[in-house]
Write a protein that binds this ligand. Sequence first.
Ligand code: A2P
Length: 354
Amino acid sequence: MSKQYNVAILGATGAVGRRMIEQLAMECDKIPVKGIKLLASKRSVGKVLEFNGQPVTVEEAKPESFDGVDIVLSSAGGSVSAKLLPEAVKRGAVCIDNTSHFRMEPDVPLVVPEVNPEALKNHHGIIANPNCSTIQMVMALEPIRRKFGLKQIIVSTYQAAGGAGQSAINELLKESQDYIDGKPMEPDAKILPTKGDRRHYPLAFNLLPQIDVLEDSGYSHEEWKMIHETKKIMLGDMNAQDIKVTATCVRVPIPISHGESVYFTVEDSTATNEQIQQAVADFPGNVLQDDIKHQVYPQPLYATGHRSTFVGRIRPDYENKGAFNMWVVADDLLKGAAWNTVENAEKMVEMDLL
Ligand code: A2P
């Protein structure tokens, strides 16, 4: 009989955690689940959620919660991961963490399973899931890098509220209703642009060019993550210079699924637009939606709820040979978070790393 696993989901009541439960339930043939623990803060103790049609009561996450657990899927915030994941590892569990806390540690693989699965072999108990906006960008670019080489990436993001958690989605929806009802919005904004910062602004009917904290370099931390995570995933070194990357990250007033305008330069300047489209279309996990004659291109509304990364509007920069533009959309809570996490666990089972 194949091996079976005890799985704990840390942050099970959150926007990503709830989706981890669903995604895991859909993969039980590939990750046979013996037992499941749903963990959250004290506030959620006693709440009942469902796994595979069965009710499961939420427990408070404590170090002892991980006794006997084989796999932890976590998305409860960086400080919770920092405190609890080393405890889980001590108790023999392998943790796949969706927060940014461990991503840049040299002995922590940062993995998108379609792009760099081999990195999983170097784990020491913790595997990091990349940032949502990085995941969909490297999904679209990796097939191009493999065939034609990449010299430079310039990305502008259009990121949904959901990346900041369920409370940010709720805030956006309430502000939208207030705006429609003619009520003032600003006094109620508490979450965005980022929890814990000094000032908050409404996102409804607005654009916020700040995701995560703003740093002295002039970049937001989200932009920093896109630059350095891309290098770590594609080149194995967060500071590699072989590919130049720069980013502008903007929060837009939609609940789920990020859009990205990606400008890139390839090494092989004989690459044609059709070859780039074909490379993207052939890559597992990608869906090419690129038919301008029929107005076919990726849109967040239609990407939501799907695991794929949708790519379209691929076109050459006619002023610069070897440079192209494209538009990339993915569900930030699925491929950008819950699905990529479950997929990493599945890959580890497949590679016999658990
Ligand atoms: P809770 O619902 O009990 O607050 P989101 O990203 O949607 O905001 O969700 C965050 C998740 O992290 C929720 O499941 C939340 O649980 C959980 N969480 C927050 N703080 C803690 C904590 N101190 N210990 C365990 N889980 C936590």
